[in-house]
Design a protein around this ligand. Sequence first.
Ligand code: ADP
Ligand code: MG
Length: 660
Amino acid sequence: MELNEIKGIGINTIKDLNNLGINNVLDLVTYFPFRYEVLEKTDMNSVCDGDRVIIDGICENTPNVYYISRKLNKMSFRINTGDSVKKVVIFNRAFLKNNLVPGKEIIVIGKYDIKHNEISASDVKFGLLKGTTIDPVYHSSYKINSKKFHKIINMALGKEPVFDYVPSVLNEKYKFMDKGRAVSIVHNPTSKHLLDEALKKLKYEELFLFMLKMNYLKNNNNSTNGLKRDVDFEEVDKFISTLPFELTEDQLKSVKDIYNDLVSPKRMNRLLQGDVGSGKTIVSFISLYINCLAGYQGALMAPTEILALQHYNNIKNLFPNLKVALLTGKLKIKERREILCDIREGNIDIVIGTHALISDDVIYKNLGLVITDEQHRFGVNQRSNLKNKGITPDILYMSATPIPRTYALTLYGDMDISSIKTMPSGRKPVKTILKSNAEIKEVLYMMLDELRKGHQIYVVAPLVEESENMDMENVYELEEKMNKAFGKVAKIGVLHGKMKADEKDDIMDKFKKCEIHILISTTVIEVGVDVANATMMVIFDSYRFGLSALHQLRGRVGRNELDSYCILISDKETQRLNVLTNTNDGFKVSEEDFLLRGSGDLFGLRQSGDMSFKLADIKRDYNLLLQVKEDSNNFLNSNDYVSDKNQHIRILLENSTNLD
Ligand code: ADP
Ligand code: MG
């Protein structure tokens, strides 16, 4: 069923959904909440300063609204909870003012500041709390907020049957809930217990399909169906000798691994692992070069526009004689059409881009090599999509999230692995320092020191998972503070997820040119960005991140022989964060991350930087993954697999890999 057949979903909404990759009813109903908000009244007798609270009561006065800037307004009012009156402050909700009349029943969610008896609210809802309610929270987009998602998903629910990809034997074995019911419950949970059951089923299915594809690929990987290239290594060597630096031993070894794959008829399916800053990019560029020498097109897919642009500029400088194109989501229709035409006709040697590289209308003349940077950011579907673009292009994945060996073997069982274990010489380890919020002054002085040396600083704003909106407010609030502290000595720039692509590029560009000295951002800078003069990374509320994500962030600095610093600001979980102050080794960090991660943290927030399954999490659900691995293998080798009732599973597998 098509989206336009559903009453109530307008043409503009459909366009916005399409932009998010939601093209039909099934896509829409499987756009799952990324978290749930459990609304339960907080016992105010047992809260500590800074805790998140949920209270209800009566609005006491007409709110005051201040417009701080074009994009930022601040509203304040008082709430009477029956026991007490508290001040509430909330950003960018001026539009609620007319409804917030004195006497109105309201629910306020936010952080409680005991000393000022004030709540810094993230949300204000109308009505009073009734027992416990569980509200789904969806990743909001520029156009569609979480509430609207919920509304339109509910319009689409039940309009089309959802296929259950878990074979009935397994459904019975684990007493799983029916798929349709599970989908409906995750969008409208009525109890924690039911929600748990529904999520269990859907996570299992997700992992099951992943493993099934993996096993299927492994079984079907015909080792002689790759492209055999005729390239002399001397030519590669010649190019390497023109580089401004010498490749490290591991880089050279990786280049040779890849070269051997590319010249042999065996199809390459390789993972290039290496800590942030270890120099994977140049290895990928050399791979693209080898591929071009043999007359094939190459594609490099980056997870963000910023990174795609950076790669594009670098590769153009490195290979002025090659025809390189940048294909991102923000191209004008006409530009895009021209580039697509050039790609189809073979006038382009190398295409760099984001997801736009894998849209259906991109047709390559002779795609020989596909590289995906920061591989863990892409789901398996996207990966197989990209594979299908060429005849049998060779595949190189790059990842800076060093996955402990056991996990790597489970997840990448079908791949060869090259690892870059040593950093380029001359790098000093990043000094990592943990500070509490009370020590902020010291942090500011340290920042000032760096600025005086002419160095630049990244500041990561406190992360709010609720919505990108809140992140944005936090970023602007921090900008204000930084301006107060450094406005006279430094230029300050802001980067957040809601900015348009060209605004982001503009800011990044200024930072690269040192026209901006302090860059405040959400985690958009997490991956790949390379500015050597930046020597300090300050991360607020760092406890909210996984260790690996923090390690990635820290990898943005320490890119040359200068002393560099990572300052983690947190009042909580200092023991966990100390892992980072003790080691700079990404593999050690990720081992610790896996060890420390609690299980079953259903309502947890710490989601940053993992493999992009919709619901499952390879760390949290690792035991499930192992079970699934076994189940899927058994299933593939059983008669059950070829039986009629499982035809839809076979079709899915064959389609996802039919050109392999
Ligand atoms: P990552 O592995 O995180 O993608 P990059 O490829 O971005 O790391 O490399 C980080 C920086 O190190 C880049 O500025 C790059 O030019 C530089 N670099 C890469 N290899 C070497 C080397 N062998 N010697 C010196 N600098 C290098
Ligand atoms: Mg990189």
